[in-house]
Design a protein around this ligand. Structure first.
Ligand code: EPU
Length: 445
């Protein structure tokens, strides 16, 4: 008998009001799990989010022999028991983490193999920077149909790398390679997202010697060994921005706990520019609301400190409620607007173009990727039992926001994609008076 497909049924149209706590950030939690493998002793990660990507990563770590235990919101990892360098794809699926394991495990083993990568289909997402980095540290990499195999003959050696683009994942690979390599490593054009800075803090707490400086440069003095540590997972800035958009789009009032407002950077500026308001209530508590009639904006996604590509989906829903023509130019991924078509079915007025609208031409200017969106508002959204299917994780929460502001009932399919990155969505949103249920799709269609 096949497992029933779960979906969300949302009855929307009212302001969403209440308090919510941002859970630990997916894009740090899974990286911290990999970092723990560099140590000789156990690590404890607290404020751990109950999300699918963590479960996938946990299954990969267990499969190679690491001892992983969950105690409440603390995840304990003991790498001493690792016995295999052959990382399989667990039954729970795959994500972007295998490519990080390739570099991290290469200090412990002469040969490491990882499976092909999963994760959201939002562009080609090549891994050439990672593979190139491993080779610069003295390893070799073979690409097979099943995945990647890295090898080394001697201890990895520190090196100088200039990343062609400040990739988050490639910067993490370079950090994992550099901290235990012999001698000095310099990473130029590195990513400086808050989750990267947090990872550097964690690695320093484990004994790594890492210097950051202005201009995206990271210097590492390799050490012989690292020890486990205790590390709280920082609140998810992508989640927090999504709750802000929900407050603004629904004309509600949402207080988000567990978030450092500094990590929301330029999101706060754009949110205010379109008519959103916020109040800093405590060091990690921010209240979001609508302070004026919403007005349009021109937004260009970029690496940090720019407007995150992971914020554009909830912000697009907010812009459907702004009066006038808004533009979003997606410059990080070439194919991240697939979710807009379903929004038009709910009454939004959006169009895509292959041109670079907004600022300067981006890396995709000569290719045929629909990477700029035009959003004409304000359009009230309406749902009449509409069934919309989630194409990727961030689009998933954007659909929840769209359904929350749409008058009527929407059914959202493909929630497993959303739940890879967001935990306890239904109970947390129900507490803010949103009529949302997790249902068996077969029973509601
Ligand atoms: N790129 C290459 N070659 C590489 C690596 C990256 O060309 O070897 C390109 C990518 O194709 C993309 C750009 O560089 O165009 C940026 O990619 P990056 O490596 O920064 O992305 P990532 O590390 O794979 C992480 C997050 C993403 C987030 C991006 C950008 C994780 C697990 N994923 O991806 O999050 O959008 O950084 O901030 O940390 C999500 O959470 O839904 C998500 C997609």
């Amino acid at each position: 008998m096949s497992t029933p497909e779960l979906a969300y049924r949302i009855h929307g149209g009212d302001p969403v009001v209440g308090q919510i706590t941002a859970l630990g950030a997916k894009n740090f939690a899974t990286k911290a799990m990999v970092a723990a493998l560099l140590a000789e002793t156990p690590t404890e990660l607290s404020n751990f989010p109950p999300i699918g990507d963590v479960a996938i990563t946990r299954d990969m770590l267990s499969a190679i022999g690491a001892t992983v235990q969950v105690r409440g919101d603390v995840l304990a990892i003991d790498p001493a028991s690792i016995h295999s360098s052959n990382v399989p794809t667990p039954d729970s699926g795959s994500n972007r983490i295998p490519i990080l394991l390739l570099g991290a495990l290469l200090h412990r083993f002469d040969e490491v193999s990882v499976p092909v990568l999963g994760g959201c289909k939002i562009g080609e997402r090549p891994v050439d920077f990672h593979l190139d980095a491993i080779e610069r540290f003295g390893g070799t990499v073979t690409t097979t149909e099943e995945g990647y195999v890295a090898r080394r003959r001697t201890r990895l050696k520190g090196t100088q790398i200039k990343l062609p683009y400040p990739s988050v994942g490639a910067t993490e690979t370079c950090l994992f390679l550099g901290v235990l390599a012999e001698g000095r490593t310099v990473i130029a054009n590195a990513a400086i997202e808050p989750e990267i800075i947090e990872l550097i803090t964690m690695l320093r707490a484990m004994g790594a010697v890492i210097f950051t400086s202005a201009g995206r440069e990271i210097k590492i003095e390799g050490v012989e060994r690292l020890q486990g540590t205790r590390m709280p997972i920082l609140g998810d800035r992508i989640e927090a921005a999504s709750w802000a958009c929900l407050a603004g789009a629904s004309d509600g009032d949402i207080t988000v706990r567990g978030i450092n407002p500094n990590n929301l950077g330029n999101f706060l500026a754009y949110f205010q520019q379109v008519g959103g308001g916020f109040e800093l209530l405590e060091p990690d508590v921010v209240r979001f609301f609508r302070r004026a009639r919403l007005s349009p904006a021109v937004v260009e996604t970029d690496v940090y400190p720019g407007f995150s590509t992971d914020w554009q989906q909830p912000f697009a829903i907010l812009l459907t409620q702004a009066n006038g023509i808004s533009i979003i130019h997606e410059t990080v991924y070439e194919n991240r607007f697939g979710y807009l078509r379903a929004l038009n079915q709910l009454g939004a007025n959006t169009q895509l173009t292959t041109h670079c609208l907004g600022g300067l031409p981006c890396r995709y200017s000569d290719a045929n990727h629909e990477h700029s969106a035009i959003i004409v508002g304000a359009t009230p959204l309406r749902a009449d039992g509409h069934v919309i299917t989630i194409p990727d994780l961030r689009a998933g929460l954007a659909y929840v926001i769209a359904a929350a502001i749409a008058r009527g009932t929407s059914i959202i399919r493909g929630v497993h994609l959303l739940e890879r990155g967001y935990g306890d969505v239904v109970p947390r949103l129900s507490r803010m008076n949103l009529k949302i249920e997790r249902v068996n799709l077969g029973e509601v269609l």
